[in-house]
Write a protein that binds this ligand. Structure first.
Ligand SMILES: [Zn+2]
Length: 433
């Protein structure tokens, strides 16, 4: 937001509020609200700055490309299929998101971790900025290998918190048009597999000859960023962000990943899910007959959970993954398993095949299969080196980070990382898309 814009904003608050209350009351009335428009991409994809909306000509995947990177961009690369002949100049231009700022949110309640706040930027005091609270007063915060540590302990997000910050890295409902000439993203290595591709998904029924107890459909990740390599070349998931097209930087391999899909079983079925955390694999075995979910590390059963009552022939949303050294499973919108574990003491080697879905009994389909990656926090100076808040944050001071770490100017760059809550203007609500 420009200096003149902000001065206008503050001068006009009494008037704006009167007008805004009338305009926004029907949308969401919560305290004293006023609208502003986001001016940069530092909080994308939660809150978008000015951007272009692009649809891949090959797979149909829709994505946004911010205007923050100061290079004349002609072509973009699809983050879903790697198609790199997308003419950006033809894409539609859009203004930044409109959000509401609730100035009363913190009158009675203290700001919480995860809240997005508007505040007076300590580095450009004529401007308002918007960031997310990730450190609370008196906490010492460290960023290392993409993770956040609070007082030396890894900060473990809930599944809902992780999904709020996650980036979609593959949507199986958007498959390249020349799919027959490219290796499939989800496929089975078994010659007599019971898997077959269907519209927006995959169907499994018991194969004629059963070679093993589990018939695996494996996910293969492609690079999907501008590169001289073929787009179908397998690669571990990275912290690539398609919003930052044209930004040249070091990418980091990410093994905190979440798989989501809709499960539909026609008869009692047994399904297994596999995730690889960069060091080892874990499996979740779901039995609709026993109404059980068994989480395994190799042959060891880590935990057993009871499934909710699932209806046959209905689509049941399911999420499964590994985030912040914990295994997470959610079924029908509720987290069923949140299992914290200590990773193997060996170097991380993320694989290009981090997920599998297997059929063992019955008949079922999986639709709307998507792979998401967790947010990867960065040291602003040397990507993977540790950054810390140089001691605990002061009383009433908060550590503020942008969701789009490669673009964000935030606590990591300030002389004093903590920002006193007196400089908070309010809590950000929205966006109003
Ligand atoms: Zn594409």
């Amino acid at each position: 937001m420009s200096g003149s814009r902000r001065r206008k904003l503050f001068l006009l608050i009494p008037i704006v509020v009167v007008v805004a209350l009338g305009v926004v009351a029907s949308l969401r009335y919560q305290g004293l609200l006023f609208p502003v428009r986001i001016g940069s991409g530092s909080m994308s994809e939660s809150y978008l700055g000015p951007h272009r909306r692009i649809e891949c000509k090959d797979c149909g995947f829709a994505f946004r490309c911010g205007l923050d990177v100061d290079v004349p961009l002609q072509r973009a690369t699809c983050p879903n299929c790697g198609f790199d002949r997308i003419d950006v100049t033809l894409a539609t231009l859009h203004e930044g998101d409109r959000v509401l700022i609730d100035r009363w949110a913190y009158v009675r309640n203290a700001p919480q971790r995860g809240d997005v706040v508007a505040f007076v930027d300590p580095t450009h005091q004529s401007e308002l900025a918007v960031k997310r609270i990730m450190g609370l007063p008196n906490e010492a915060v460290t960023i290392c290998h993409g993770e956040l540590f609070i007082d030396g302990t890894l900060h473990r997000k809930s599944l809902a918190e992780a999904m709020e910050l996650a980036t979609l890295v593959y949507d199986d409902t958007c498959r390249p048009a020349d799919e027959r000439q490219l290796p499939p993203r989800w496929s089975s290595d078994q010659p007599e597999s019971g898997w077959r591709a269907i519209t927006n998904g995959h169907h499994w029924s018991t194969p004629r000859s059963e070679e093993s107890a589990y018939d695996w459909l494996m996910y293969r990740h492609w690079r999907c960023y501008t590169s001289p390599h073929p787009r179908a070349e397998e690669s571990p998931v990275t912290d690539n962000d398609s919003y930052n097209q044209g930004l040249s930087r070091e990418l980091h391999e990410v093994s905190d990943l979440i798989l989501s899909f809709d499960l539909r079983f026609e008869v009692a079925s047994k399904i297994a899910l596999l995730v690889h955390d960069g060091r080892e694999s874990f499996t979740a075995v779901i039995s609709t007959t026993k109404r059980s979910l068994e989480l395994r590390r190799g042959e060891e059963v880590l935990t057993l959970a009871t499934l909710p009552n699932l209806q046959r022939s209905s689509n049941v949303p399911l999420q499964f993954g590994v985030v912040d050294q914990q295994l997470l499973v959610a079924i029908a919108g509720a987290t069923l398993v949140r299992y914290e574990y200590t990773p193997l003491d060996q170097p991380r080697q993320p694989t290009s095949r981090p997920f599998g879905i297997a059929g063992a009994e019955g008949e079922f389909s999986v639709k709307n299969v998507r792979v998401h990656r967790d947010i990867y926090y960065l040291n602003p100076f040397r990507g993977d080196w540790a950054w810390n808040s140089t001691g605990p944050l002061a009383d009433e001071s908060y550590l503020l980070l942008g969701d789009n770490a490669p673009l964000s100017n935030d606590s990591r760059h300030w002389k004093t990382p903590g920002l006193h809550r007196n400089l908070f203007v309010g809590k950000v609500l929205g966006p109003l898309r």
